[in-house]
Design a protein around this ligand. Structure first.
Ligand code: THU
Length: 163
């Protein structure tokens, strides 16, 4: 029997002032996008911004629905829009900003499992890591350099036998 430790390095910045100009810009875009989230059922607002290699920033926010499962998370709205508008253009990073109406959120919200799976497929296709930046309304910024960091042993199309 063998055991393998799986882990990753999470960078924690006390404030966004410690980020690069580019990182700050994409995080600010996610924060602005959060203001337009449609979340009347959860009162949990998420904004996402995808930075592309060509400099474009594509935003998304959570879009809920009275039929709850029909809604979609901010991250998937953003990456699917990036894929639709700029197919084949490499995604450099995705910033995520979350806030709750009922309580002060001061811990960054990481993408849900479904979003991790969706984002990692873009990472696998482009063969270049997609960095993540996460921040709540208050508190620190979490950063990691690849979606694979937060989705170890990820499922991919290779299991389907097509590569
Ligand atoms: N949500 C996101 O937009 N992204 C995530 O990664 C987690 C959850 C949204 C979905 C729903 O509208 C609300 O937050 C509460 O789950």
């Amino acid at each position: 029997m063998k055991k393998q430790q799986l882990g990753f390095e999470l960078s924690i910045f006390d404030t966004s002032d410690e980020l690069s100009k580019e990182e700050k810009k994409v995080l600010e875009a996610a924060e602005a996008a959060r203001n337009n989230a449609y979340a009347p059922y959860s009162n949990f607002y998420v904004g996402a911004a995808v930075l592309l290699e060509n400099g474009e920033i594509i935003i998304g926010n959570n879009q809920e629905n009275a039929s709850y499962p029909s809604g979609l998370c901010a991250e998937r709205v953003a990456v699917f829009q990036a894929g639709a508008q700029f197919p084949g253009v490499t995604i450099v990073s995705i910033a995520i900003s979350a806030a709750a109406k009922e309580h002060l959120l001061d811990v960054p919200a990481a993408p849900c499992g479904n979003c991790r799976q969706s984002i990692i497929e873009y990472e696998q296709r482009q063969k270049k890591p997609i960095a993540l930046l996460m921040k709540a309304e208050k508190g620190p910024v979490y950063a990691c350099s690849s979606v694979a960091d937060i989705l170890p042993l990820a499922f991919s199309s290779s299991f389907l036998g097509d590569s």
